[in-house]
Design a protein around this ligand. Structure first.
Ligand code: BMP
Length: 262
C-alpha cells in the first residue's frame, strides 16, 4: 500500500482535483447521518482527492461501527481518509489516540504543534511512520481567533528574535517531516509566508474557502496545495455538480497561475 502522502498526490493527479472534502454533517440521527455521508462521498468522489471527517461524525456513529462504512467506501473509491482529531495532549495519550484512528483505517491525522515534540507529537510521528500514515500539522487556523494563538509574536528560541508563532510552526512542519501544514484560506498572506518556508517539501492544506469567506484564487495563488471544503459542497442542492464546478474552477486558476509565472 502507498504511504499517505504519495497516495493523496497520486489521486489528486488522477482525479485532477485539489479538493479534500470535509464531511461535517450535523443535526441528523445516526442512520440518516451515515447514509447522507455515504451518498455525498459517492457523488463527489470523482471531483475530490481525499475525504476528512472529524469528531462530530465519529461521536454519533462510533469508530468501530458507522465510521467503518465511511472508511471502507473511501478506500473502495481509492480515496485516502483523514481523521481531523487535532491531537493536542501529552505523548502517551497522543500515541494511543493516533493508534486507535490508524488501526480503525484512517490514513492520516491532524495534530496541534503547540504541544511540541518531546513527549508531545514525537510518539504520533513515530507510530505514523511505522505504518505509512500521515500527520498534518495546524500552522495557522482559518477562524478569526487564530491570531490570539497562531498569530502571536513570540521569541524564537533559535534566534532570540521576535517571530510570528505560525512561522515557527512552519519550521517545525519541515523539521518534523510533516505530511501537510494547515493554513486558513482566509489568510492568503499567511499561506504565502508559510509557502516560502515550506516550498514543495510540505504541502499546504487550506480550509476556509466559501462559507468562511476565503477565496479559491487567492489561496491557490498564495501556494495552497489542497483546499479543504465542506459546507459549500455538502449543503448545496447538488453536491456532485458543486464539487465538479469547484474542481474546474481550481484547475482554471492553477493553469492561469502557471502561465503567468512562465
Ligand atoms: P467549511 O468548508 O464548511 O468551512 O469546512 C472547513 C473544514 O476545515 C471543517 O472540517 C473544519 O473542521 C476544518 N478546519 C477549518 O475550517 N479551519 C482550520 O483552521 C482547520 C480545520 O481543520
Amino acid at each position: 500500500m502507498l504511504q499517505y502522502s504519495a497516495w493523496i498526490d497520486k489521486v489528486a493527479k488522477k482525479n485532477r482535483s485539489k479538493i479534500v472534502l470535509a464531511l461535517d454533517l450535523t443535526n441528523l440521527g445516526s442512520k440518516q447521518l451515515l447514509s447522507n455521508c455515504l451518498r455525498i462521498l459517492k457523488e463527489t468522489a470523482p471531483s475530490i482527492c481525499a475525504v476528512k471527517i472529524n469528531r462530530q461524525v465519529v461521536l454519533p456513529l462510533g469508530l468501530r461501527n458507522g465510521v467503518q462504512g465511511i472508511i471502507k467506501l473511501a478506500h473502495n473509491l481509492d480515496l485516502p481518509i483523514i481523521m481531523d482529531c487535532k491531537i493536542n495532549d501529552v505523548g502517551h495519550t497522543n500515541e494511543a489516540i493516533a493508534g486507535h484512528y490508524f488501526s480503525a483505517g484512517f490514513d492520516a491525522v491532524t495534530a496541534s504543534p503547540f504541544v511540541g515534540w518531546k513527549d508531545g507529537l514525537e510518539p504520533v510521528f513515530k507510530v505514523a511512520r511505522q505504518q505509512g500514515k500521515g500527520v498534518i500539522l495546524l500552522v495557522y487556523m482559518s477562524h478569526k481567533g487564530a491570531e490570539e494563538g497562531y498569530g502571536q509574536n513570540v521569541l524564537d528560541p533559535k534566534t532570540g528574535k521576535l517571530c510570528p508563532q505560525y512561522m515557527i510552526f512552519a519550521e517545525k512542519a519541515l523539521e518534523w517531516g510533516a505530511d501537510g501544514a494547515v493554513v486558513g484560506a482566509t489568510y492568503p498572506e499567511k499561506i504565502s509566508a508559510v509557502h516560502k518556508t515550506l516550498g514543495t517539501k510540505v504541502p499546504i492544506y487550506s480550509p476556509g474557502v466559501g462559507v468562511q469567506g476565503g477565496d479559491v484564487e487567492a489561496a491557490i495563488q498564495a501556494g495552497a496545495t489542497y483546499l479543504i471544503i465542506g459546507r459549500t459542497i455538502f449543503k448545496s442542492a447538488n453536491p456532485q455538480k458543486t464539487s465538479s464546478d469547484l474542481k474546474n474552477q481550481i484547475n482554471e486558476v492553477v493553469s492561469k497561475h502557471q502561465s503567468n509565472s512562465r
